[in-house]
Design a binder for this molecule. Sequence first.
Ligand SMILES: O=C([S-])c1cc(C(=O)S)c[n+]([C@@H]2O[C@H](COP(=O)(O)O)[C@@H](O)[C@H]2O)c1
Ligand code: NI
Length: 391
Amino acid sequence: MSRHAWIDASAGVAGDMLLGALLDAGAGLEVVRRAIDEVLPGSVALSVTQVTRAGLRALKADVDPLVAAPPHRTWRDIRPLLEGNDDALAVFGRLAGAEARVHGTEPEEVHFHEVGALDSIADVVGVCAALRDLGVTSVSAGEVALGSGRVRTAHGELPVPAPAVLELARGWRVSGGGGHELATPTGLAVIRALATRCEDLPPMTVDAVGVGAGGRDTPGRANVVRVVIGAPEPGTAEAVVLEANVDDLDPRLWPGVLAGLLSAGADDAWLVPILMKKGRPAHTLTVLCRPDRAAALRARIFRDTSTLGVREGRRSKTALPRTSRDVTLAGGTVAIKIGYADGVITQAMPEFEDVAALARRTGRPEHAVLHEALAAAAAAGLTPGSAAPKN
Ligand SMILES: O=C([S-])c1cc(C(=O)S)c[n+]([C@@H]2O[C@H](COP(=O)(O)O)[C@@H](O)[C@H]2O)c1
Ligand code: NI
């Protein structure tokens, strides 16, 4: 079942605020603590307190260091700690890219702001674990309030929005004002890496709301981030399309690449033959997936093919409601996959894997089993135009 999380950052966002909001929405505190401890064993303590911000109740998450943070850790040093945690890697990758542009260096060489490195890692790992624990499969967020004025940092006073925040804001709807910093680099990096689009609250059936507090209590403007979680409007889902044109992969490897992508969570993966620049015969690899699988599948495309780049696009996917019924034939059963709209069957097709397995078991040709399955489906009233079976 898909579960969408929408982030209301209209009063600002920081990593600890998001973590507080997700814990408030029902993510397990112990689950999150364990996830953080796996990455930073014995290094930080996570606690939560109920507070009010401009009269609103909210959960404040605090990450306290238990050890002194190593003074100079680059993205190259931090990346191995996050190995296997695709979402956290994506968030820190964004942060490293933004910092690299601001400081004129390479992402690998970026020094995360020393004092904050430990709690920033804990916040990001905690947020990713909380989303997983809540069963969130897609994320979007609204306009982000960035703030205004100046902020004091270890490296002196910086203008607000902080330089890294402005880098992360490219392509997102934001607002300024308020007199102080409202969005931090870590908070905005989480949104930019995990949210697939900037939108006002989308249509959904809400089943959880979480409110996370920032440190400052400003009268007149509640310093909170809110997370709204629910089931998206039935029938519509967000999908991500990943694409790459490849002209130099040994063609014998493609079946394994496609099978690997499907087993890693792609909804579909296919190849289209193309004629590329310089008249080269090549293939476009296209992968369709849920937003929460995009990071892992992108990494897999880079690992399993020779491509140097992956294009990425967001799509809205409309899927017919579907169900399945078994029909019994000589020698076994075959599932009939049924699609329907407004209570009427539009498609009723035998599951081909079942057809092939039954054909193998009984020594009959696949086309014969397929026809028998279609006939059995028709006899059971499972034909286009008939009433859809009740689930
Ligand atoms: O210390 C430095 S160099 C520094 C640089 C920047 C840039 O935008 S570059 C930002 N900051 C501020 O650090 C805190 C903590 O941010 P987290 O994302 O780690 O929570 C925040 O106030 C930034 O504006 C510091
Ligand atoms: Ni910086």
